[in-house]
Design a protein around this ligand. Structure first.
Ligand code: NA7
Length: 544
């Protein structure tokens, strides 16, 4: 008999961000009983938590939005070329209301454990509130950058002032007026917050360990002509994006080599791209940009020269000019006035590569060189990316090893969608998928649509268990690595390889063959009767 204290579902969805909400919408469309469990007090995931000053998407708004409803994409008006965090959160809340999603979203609820039982082919999830949830399928829409990490600095508890992590920023905001502030970290997040904090603070110390390449966003109010052109052809735009490299329309795969072009040609191209703004133009300007170090360096040097021309103090400019990794192999940052910020009298760049942070003291930050007295610290030190959120849930099959244990040497997935040994569980934009190397919402839609088709197929064929084969998984992992190794990506110490988390196994996690290639592969797998999966029917349950 059914336990009255257990919620019974067809599909449990963990996470109420862009992926979880779309998954709920699709599952409902199939007539399935689905429910979203979300740790936050609101929906939005990344865009709910990352409320730090300057938080903004680095993909243009007209691309970074759902495509599943033409009415939605026609109606919605994005105010700026690149949307801010509050604008994106407002959009997500609008979508949640418009499609009546909230009645099946349980907020303030964290999933602690998930156990699959092969006797019943069902998952049982336990919430932090002590609730039990039973579901045939489980969709992990837990996000890639949802586990914030402050490095394990000695003495952090002794600091007398307030400190904040970008990914857990107070909803009410922080006023740094009149304060001496330290920002630790110069990835995308630091690069976005630094110019704004500099304008407010009495003095800002930026603690930089590794310089990153940043390009001007050239943000501004939405151009009405551009918006109209998009809206006149939205379905065509989206179709193009779906078969592209990065999931963004308007950037056909490059056919020309940077090394085959003349110096003048290259400089002209880079200058045009710099003026136009955005990162995808650079990433798709030449076919050897991300493959050949010499080709890559032509663009890297162009950007370094730009930095030298913007930053007045040549020593500071040299520290800001990245030399340790090829451009584009870490997330290529977009900024508004980042390098210019170092020309302000109230901003000091502290090189913590040559003199590392040794401890946080009562008064501030002590590096190997000296102590910096601070009133407040903002950590822009990143996330336990891609695997962190999944590893925090105790996920097991029949009491066997946890997913975290199975992934001790790095994540292994089939298509970035499923894991051998953990049936009926799907990930959205998991490691081994192109998710984080693409326009995320497009990848989310592709993953969720594919999962929805599989669940629908299972239901139509009385299949109660869907499990990735170990061999298919091994082949996929090898393929993902081969593709990565044919590029320059793995050489950079980025969160793509877990380099920002001490002790994390170094595995290049994203699939970088492009979203179009990946989509074709997924479609092929489905067309071949879900090749690489074992589908088994209810007969296997007869014994229960
Ligand atoms: P990132 O890109 O992981 O950047 C983290 C930054 O914090 C990076 O500059 C790190 O330097 C720095 N960091 C981390 N630990 C330390 C210590 N111990 N000392 C000094 N500096 C440190 O995170 P973001 O939040 O900026 O961006 C994440 C993604 O969100 C972004 O790529 C977009 O996709 C959206 P390091 O480079 O490791 O030397």
């Amino acid at each position: 008999p059914a336990d009255p204290n257990t919620t019974n579902l067809d599909v449990a969805i963990v996470g109420g961000g862009l992926a979880g909400l779309y998954a709920l919408h699709r599952m409902r469309g199939l007539g399935l009983k689905a429910r979203v469990y979300e740790a936050g007090s609101g929906v939005g995931g990344t865009w709910f938590w990352n409320r730090y000053p300057g938080a903004r998407c680095d993909i243009e708004s007209l691309e970074y939005s759902y495509s599943f409803s033409d009415e939605l994409q026609q109606d919605w008006k994005w105010p700026e070329r690149y949307a801010t965090q509050p604008q994106i959160l407002a959009y997500i809340n609008h979508v949640a209301e418009r499609f009546d999603l909230l009645r099946d979203v349980q907020l303030n609820t964290r999933i602690r454990t998930a156990g699959f039982d092969r006797a019943t082919d069902r998952w049982t999830l336990a919430t932090d509130g002590g609730e039990a949830v039973s579901a045939r399928f489980c969709i992990m829409a837990t996000g890639n950058l949802s586990t914030p990490r402050v490095p394990d600095f000695k003495g952090i508890e002794s600091f007398r002032g307030p400190w904040y992590h970008s990914g857990l920023w107070p909803a009410e905001g922080v006023d740094f007026s009149g304060k001496v502030v330290g920002v630790i970290g110069t990835g995308s997040t630091g690069i976005q917050m630094i110019p704004l904090i500099a304008k407010q603070a009495k003095h800002l110390y930026v603690f930089q360990r590794t310089a990153n390449f940043s390009l001007p966003a050239q943000n501004g109010p939405m151009e009405t002509a551009r918006e109209a052109a998009y809206k006149a052809n939205y379905p065509e735009r989206r179709a193009e994006a779906r078969m592209s490299g990065f999931g963004v329309s308007g950037y056909p795969s490059p056919t020309q080599s940077a090394l085959a072009a003349s110096e003048a040609e290259r400089q002209g191209k880079y200058e045009t791209l710099w003026q136009r703004g955005g990162s995808i133009g650079f990433l798709s300007c030449y076919n050897d940009f991300l493959v050949d170090e010499q080709a890559n360096d032509t663009a890297a040097e162009f950007v370094r020269e730009k930095i030298r021309s913007i930053v007045r103090d040549p020593k500071v400019a040299e520290l800001l000019a990245p030399k340790d990794h090829p451009i584009g192999t870490k997330r290529l940052c977009l900024d508004t006035g980042y390098y210019e910020t170092y020309n302000r009298d109230n901003v000091t760049l502290v090189d913590v590569r040559s003199a590392p942070i040794q401890e946080i003291t009562e008064r501030g930050v002590r590096t190997a060189e000296r102590e910096y007295a601070l009133d407040a610290i903002a950590f822009a030190t990143g996330f336990d990316a891609m695997t962190g959120a999944l590893r925090e849930i105790d996920i097991r099959t029949d009491g066997g090893p946890s997913l975290a244990e199975a992934w001790a040497d790095g994540p292994r997935t089939y298509l970035g969608l499923a894991v051998a040994g953990y049936p009926n569980m799907f990930m959205v934009t998991g490691p081994g998928s192109p998710g984080v190397k693409s326009q995320m919402i497009l990848s989310i839609e592709q993953h969720v649509d594919w999962i929805a088709d599989l669940i629908d197929h299972a239901r139509g064929h009385s299949i109660t268990r869907v499990e990735a084969d170990g061999e298919a998984q091994d082949r996929w992992v090898e393929h993902v690595n081969q593709v990565a190794d044919s590029t320059l990506y793995p050489v950079a110490n980025s969160w793509y390889v877990g380099a920002n988390i001490p002790g994390k196994p170094r595995v290049f996690m994203p699939y970088v063959a492009g979203v179009g290639v990946y989509r074709k592969k997924c479609d092929e797998v489905a067309a071949n009767g879900y090749e690489g999966f074992t589908l088994s029917g209810a007969e296997s349950l007869k014994r229960t």
